[in-house]
Design a binder for this molecule. Structure first.
Ligand code: PLP
Length: 423
């Protein structure tokens, strides 16, 4: 097999991304600059360690790049400490678990079936296999986190760490309430803002940094950067680990977290990706990104409202962020089939469990949509109404190839009018 084949496939994937309507809530499109850095010669360099203290020679230039990434991320989120080396969101979370917990310690996260993430205690993930997970849930009636119940669970179970954050929750979080109960039981509070990071950075959603001891994120969802992860500590970080801090307690904790990433859970950092992260943060600091982030939320609100007007049921009745979870029960179609038929019409999304789902994770009763990627394509409120019509036609006619083909052509021509890649 020749490597040419891979480039042919990359070209095909580029066409798919260009022509299709991307509604996967966790995806986005990076700028040409981010792409260029991610595909650069930096991939050749080993740089185990941190700027100024590496285990390899020749890191002088790499050090400057990583410093810019760190400083830009600090400025973007107002964080006191940042580690930009985690290869992904899951890797960032693994490092936090290693830094904060011993195997077998109890952790509390949002139930996976209620919008939580695999790394928040799922039985098939390290977080559930090596630790002792308990979960809080959303209300059946309104799809929102039941804060009273969450606090009662925390008081009863006394987890050593509480995780606030989700992959399929369309509402903002009350971080203060989480902190209140964490303080009461002496727990560490970690926020995982992988999904809404870009919206939080621009002040559109509540900021977890003043309340949470630790904040982790991915850099490739609403933050619109390269695929990667990151760990942050806030200014008011109060040392929850009982370490003696002579004066700079932040420095002390930075050593703990730096050590948990390398050598704790990773080897050499991906410096090409760290360069791409630096560009991501610099882009996100711009005023254009503020306009983008506002448009993401406006689009999500119009899309969810338009879907509701067409008879779709949205969990919690709407959205505060970039995503929405659709309960398909009244449409007599499963999440699995909906995902498939939408794909036939060039609309990409993912099947998703809904809270209290009566179907398995492989079938599901829901689908999840997000507007981060379509907003990058330049789609606005009036396009969201069109998307709701496309989705409605497809879901009403899952076996009618004529309808599916017609919608696909309409999707393709809409996307053709919004060019994507300059390379
Ligand atoms: C996406 C996501 C992650 C994992 O990110 P990967 O980069 O895929 O490892 C972790 N936590 C939450 C809440 C997420 O949404």
């Amino acid at each position: 097999m020749e490597s040419k084949k891979i480039f042919e496939l990359i070209e095909k994937e580029k066409q798919r991304q260009t022509k299709g309507l991307e509604l996967i809530a966790s995806e986005n499109f990076v700028s040409d600059e981010v792409m260029k850095a991610a595909g650069s010669v930096l991939t050749n360099k080993y740089a185990e360690g941190y700027p100024g203290r590496r285990y390899y020679g020749g890191c002088e230039i790499i050090d400057q790049i990583e410093e810019i990434a760190i400083e830009s991320a600090k400025k973007l989120f107002g964080a006191a400490y940042v580690n930009v080396q985690p290869h992904s969101g899951a890797q960032a979370n693994a490092a936090v678990f290693l830094a904060c917990l011993k195997p077998g310690d109890k952790v509390m996260g949002l139930d996976l079936a209620h919008g939580g993430h695999l790394t928040h205690g799922s039985p098939v993930n390290f977080s559930g296999l090596n630790y002792d997970p308990v979960f809080y849930k959303v209300n059946k009636e309104d799809g929102r986190i039941n804060y009273e119940d969450m606090m009662a669970t925390a008081r009863r179970e006394k987890p050593k760490m509480i995780i606030v954050g989700a992959s399929a929750y369309s509402r903002d979080f009350n971080y203060k309430k989480f902190r209140e109960v964490a303080d009461e039981i002496g727990a560490i509070l970690m926020a995982d803002i992988s999904h809404p990071a870009g919206l939080i950075a621009k002040g559109i959603l509540s900021d977890p940094l003043p309340y949470c001891h630790i904040v982790t994120t991915t850099t490739h969802k609403t933050l619109r950067g390269t695929r990667g992860g990151m760990i942050m500590l806030g200014k008011d970080f109060e040392n929850p680990f009982g370490y003696k801090t002579p004066k700079g307690e932040i420095k002390m904790m930075s050593q703990v977290f730096d050590g948990a990433v390398f050598p704790g859970t990773q080897g050499g950092p991906l410096e090409h990706i760290i360069a791409a992260k630096a560009i991501t943060f610099i882009e996100a600091l711009s005023d254009e990104f503020l306009v983008y982030a506002h448009q993401v939320v406006k689009n999500a609100q119009v899309l969810s409202k338009s879907l509701i007007e067409r008879g779709f049921e949205i969990i919690s009745g709407g959205t505060d962020n970039h995503l929405m979870l659709i309960d398909l029960h009244n449409k007599n179609i499963t999440g699995k089939v909906a995902e498939k038929v939408l794909e036939k019409a060039a609309i990409t999304c993912n099947k998703n469990m809904i809270p209290y789902d009566d179907r398995s994770p492989f079938i599901t009763s829901g689908i999840r949509f997000g507007t981060a990627a379509v907003t990058t394509r330049g789609l606005k409120e009036n396009d969201m109404i069109k998307i709701a019509d496309f989705v409605n036609e497809v879901i009403d006619n899952p076996e009618n190839d004529k309808v599916l083909n017609k919608v696909r052509e309409e999707v393709n021509s809409l996307m053709d009018s919004r060019p994507l890649f300059n390379w």
